[in-house]
Design a protein around this ligand. Sequence first.
Ligand code: TPP
Ligand code: MG
Length: 589
Amino acid sequence: METLPRPSRRPQYGSDVIVDMLQLCGISYAACNPGASFRGLHDSIVNYGGNRLPELIECCHEEISVAMAHGYAKATGKPMAALIHNIVGLQHASMALFNAWCDRAPVLALGATGPMDATQRRPWIDWIHTALVQGTLVRDYVKWDDQPHALAGVPESFLRAYRIAVTDPQGPVYVCYDAGIQEDVVRTPVLLPEPQRYAPPMPPQAHPAALERAAELLVQARYPVLIADLAGRHPAAVQQMIQLAELLAMPVIDRGGRFNFPNTHPLDCTDSADPVLAQADVVCALDVLDLVGVLGRVDKATRVYTAAVGAQTQIIHITMGDFLIRSWAADYERLPAVDLPIAADTSVALPTLLALCQDRLRTADPTPRERRAAELRVQHQARRQQWRQAAQAAWQQQPIAVSTAVAEVWEVIKHENWALVNNAVGAWTRRLWDWTQPGTTLGGSGGAGLGYGMGAALGGVLAHRNSGKICVNLQADGDLLFTPSALWTAAHHQLPLLVVMFNNRSYYNSEEHAIEVARVRERPVANAGIGTRLDSPPVDFAGLARAYGLYGEGPIEHPAAIRPALERALRVVKDQGTLALVDIVMQPR
Ligand SMILES: Cc1ncc(C[n+]2csc(CCOP(=O)(O)OP(=O)(O)O)c2C)c(N)n1
Ligand SMILES: [Mg+2]
């Protein structure tokens, strides 16, 4: 746990103590939309803390504040705070908290309420904005919520919240501060704890016998397959997965909750999961959120599930997932059949598993593994080649093909030190770009709640602030229309970000469902665009960026116009250190 020296200043008000705790825990940023319920905390951050540790990041919607903290947490592994105004702010924040929850991302949501002493409330507003207990609104999708009753309990409550958020499986926490507690004068000195003595527990190792069994299964396997989802949240685990896969010549399927495996690696089989799974006799899953979903396919129209693996395939799953289950949302997914369930932190279990496999293979004949590795390498190269050819073949198409836009962005950023901080275009980036380093991508929203992209991307930018990294957001149109005012935050705080609009002028996912249903019911497909398309009128996203004082280009409708526009936008990002947006109108998928 990274902690800082105790503040030398003396807290005068309750909210000063909260700032001391934020500083002690090394919280760099607090995103907020303002509100009277935390006016005490606001004053303490800017005047007592000097707007450092944390620095306020002003947002125009609480959903953006939390999405920023969500993206930041994934990019840094550390939580940042989101300050949330009583009941109303919390209702706006709830969607983004749900995303962070499903994505197992640590977010420090700090709310405010009251005063709980009813005699201190102003008429009307303080009453309608007070709830008993406010945290119940989000209790089902935060790991913990609290509302300290008195100032003396604030430090411990804060430490507990921090610790719970960052302990695996990670997740958001919500702590609500009574306006009265924030604004009261400190009469009795509050003892500040030493945070390092309250650090999160060391991550757990797997049961030794279970790891032995896993190693045995893997080395005996005819065709073992590795599937990873959140394991890459520990950057060290990426190298461990590479070593394990190379040792066993295992094809790897990266589910992409975090960056797990380089797409340039010859064992990466992410885009041919089904043929690989069909051959698997042993599957080793690492922190996979929806294992049943990976191991089979559901027909979109009929909802019938077909397994992609054979009934005899042995499944190993190393995960801490069993320790974070709630009843309200079914984000625990379908109960998977697992032959060897192992509760452990993957980054601790993997080196041991690797060593056990190495031991067992010391005298084994390497030929079958070498042969498999060679086959997989050829298949991998062929697939990458096919994708490049497919993109080239589609290059001239108008409307612009998604692959064209993805390929053009790659040409512009490939020599930069880049990070993909939001990726709304699915598979094509993985197919055409080189993803080699941990952290080059951050994964998705987790909860599939729209409005995530721009806020999360800006959280990624905050994480890489002053690092020289070029942050890229491949942004969907419908998603941005939920939270467009995130652009104002980017402008206000000078957050450099290359935004490329993948603008299909549609809530296309929904349009696609409408097409599917109409087809099955033999009704007119032509009506699928009613209530789903965004083309009448088309949104001028470049104009939207300009309205917030930012650089915007587009709409771009010709393939040849993409690259020069991207190059101009990149110059703005680099030279002016601000956000620049290029709006590309393209095919739906
Ligand atoms: C808050 C919220 N409202 C509605 C939906 C339902 N929904 C899922 S995908 C989708 C369309 C998304 O459109 P866009 O972001 O433009 O992406 P596209 O599918 O067009 O690529 C909608 C409306 C949702 N997931 N979240
Ligand atoms: Mg769209």
